[in-house]
Design a protein around this ligand. Structure first.
Ligand SMILES: O=C(NO)[C@]12CC[C@H](CC1)C2
Ligand SMILES: [Ca+2]
Ligand SMILES: [Zn+2]
Length: 310
């Protein structure tokens, strides 16, 4: 009925006004964070992490006083629209799968995750993180884990795990294209100007930016959140250009860079892909899209040379 596609209003985690799609009962009230068009629903887990997804977030009017839910819902819509418009992908599974998010998961949980079926967002402890759905790049990062799982299914340890993480950071930084930082909107709410990760300068936040400096060990699934910096640097250089370890890269822009990685993810990468295979998949994808002797292919080759993946 007509009240399936209503525009809702509310403030996000950072106090900014947002509009988003909601569903209201035929009487006009209550309304729910339920986007019937995109099949995106946002729930309140009420600080527990067992009986998920929790309660569908509702309001007596089209105005929602639930910042964490407003951002989780709005940023899921933005991510959905990016994948649909740019790559023709119909949701994370390319089959119009329903996208469920739960906010207020756990007690001051400093994390967010895709659990294989839905999105989970912690509230943060207010020191390390504020509510984690408040950052578009983080929401896009997590939803890209769902896309990866339904495509290359890069295994979440060692080099394939670092690539899994890197692809999520790359799409996060493409969808939240205001900078090359990850998590800056929600990280350390009392301190401005810092971030969780930087694709432009991974070492700024203790990530390597060359293959010779990769972490080899067992922490964090073999350093998936550390070694992602190496591939992140390559992606940054492909988009923005620059000179790294005496190798000069002519940038081709964020748009073409992300098209190369999406094609690599969906057509060439396999579950146990390592960095050498990532280089080959990116070259193959750039060749398909722009031609064998294109500036785009050259940028990819130079970028991987510059991070020591030859
Ligand atoms: O990189 C991540 N997950 O793989 C993070 C860690 C903190 C932000 C929320 C989830 C990014
Ligand atoms: Ca960002
Ligand atoms: Zn991740």
């Amino acid at each position: 009925n007509a009240l399936q596609h209503v525009t809702g209003h509310g403030k996000g985690v950072l106090g900014d006004d947002k509009n988003f799609d909601v569903r209201c009962e035929t009487s006009g009230s209550p309304c729910y964070l339920d986007d019937v068009n995109r099949k995106i629903q946002t729930y309140d887990a009420e600080k527990q992490d067992q009986n998920l997804p929790g309660k569908l977030i509702k309001s007596s009017s089209t105005t929602f006083n639930e910042p964490a839910g407003v951002d989780a819902h709005t940023y899921a819509e933005k991510t959905f629209d990016f994948y649909k418009k740019k790559f023709g992908r119909n949701s994370f599974d390319d089959k119009g799968g329903k996208l469920i998010s739960s906010v207020h998961v756990g007690d001051k949980w400093n994390n967010a995750a895709w659990d294989g079926k839905q999105m989970l967002y912690g509230d943060g402890d207010g020191k390390v993180f504020t509510m984690l759905s408040g950052s578009l790049d983080v929401v896009a990062h997590e939803l890209t884990h769902a896309v990866t799982e339904n495509t290359a299914n890069l295994q979440y340890w060692g080099e394939s795990g670092a690539l899994n993480e890197s692809i999520s950071d790359i799409m996060g930084a493409t969808i939240d294209s205001k900078n090359w930082l990850l998590g800056e909107d929600i990280y350390t709410p009392d301190k401005s100007g810092d971030a969780l990760r930087s694709l432009a300068d991974p070492p700024k936040y203790k990530q390597p930016d060359h293959y010779k400096d990769r972490y080899i060990g067992f922490q964090d699934n073999g350093g998936v959140h550390t070694n992602s910096g190496i591939n992140n640097k390559a992606a940054y250089l492909i988009a923005a250009g620059g000179t790294h370890h005496q190798v000069k890269v002519q940038g081709i822009g964020r748009d073409k860079m992300s098209a190369i990685y999406y094609r690599a993810l969906t057509l060439y990468l396999t579950p146990n892909a390592d960095f050498a295979e990532m280089r080959k998949a990116a070259i193959e994808s750039a060749t398909d899209l722009y031609g064998a002797n294109s500036a785009e292919v050259t940028a990819v080759k130079k970028a991987y040379d510059s991070i020591g993946v030859n």
